[in-house]
Design a protein around this ligand. Structure first.
Ligand code: AR6
Length: 177
């Protein structure tokens, strides 16, 4: 089992799946979502747009996940999840963010995918504080890896500060030898 940190653009990873920090429409946006759609090409938007709507305009409610092909990406699949918008932390944000990681990893299981890269879901436009999001992400991934000893998880970090935060957290949370 491995957890790696990769600093750079998640769209460049040749891996079973990259996770997209999307919005509920699944029709693209800015940040990592925009980068993934640009790199994947129009086939990704076409595939997303025919996913069923659970409510008008909503293809993936906050905290849930959906899977598509990777289209022109080097990654075989994209697992789209929708993180919570940060409203101060008292309206269920941690539980919703945890469920993003769990649901993305459950889909990976269902599709026999063992190498998965995550961006820092909700830590951009959605405003989730990095100091709180990173320990949660690491804890969810570590819990899942216990039952998936062959899996490889990559935390894709944009920028030195994010990379450093993950590095510190991975060291602090490492199981005793
Ligand atoms: N590779 C890796 N990480 C990236 C990349 C990239 N190419 N681009 C940005 N990041 P955000 P959110 C980092 O805003 O907060 C979209 O418009 C970024 O620095 O992409 O969940 C969606 O459509 C940050 O650390 O996602 C939604 O409307 C992290 O990825 C909304 O933004 C997440 O930032 C979702 O907001």
């Amino acid at each position: 089992m491995t957890i790696e940190i990769y600093q750079g653009d998640i769209t460049e990873l040749a891996i079973d799946a990259i996770v997209n920090a999307a919005n509920e429409t699944l029709l693209g946006g800015g940040g990592v979502d925009g980068a993934i759609h640009r790199a994947a090409g129009p086939g990704l938007l076409a595939e997303c747009s025919v996913l069923p709507q659970v409510r008008p305009g909503v293809r993936c409610p906050t905290g849930e996940a959906r899977i598509t092909a990777g289209h022109r990406l080097p990654a075989r699949h994209v697992i789209h999840t929708v993180g919570p918008v940060w409203h101060g932390g008292e309206v269920g944000e941690p539980a919703l963010l945890a469920s993003c990681y769990r649901n993305a990893l459950r889909l990976a299981d269902e599709h026999d995918l063992s190498s998965i890269a995550f961006p820092a879901i909700s830590c951009g436009v959605y405003g989730y504080p990095i100091e709180q999001a990173v320990p949660l992400a690491v804890a969810e991934v570590r819990a899942w890896l216990i039952g998936h000893p062959q899996a490889r998880i990559v935390f894709a970090c944009f920028g030195d500060a994010m990379t450093q935060r993950y590095r510190v957290e991975l060291q602090a949370s490492a199981p005793a030898p």
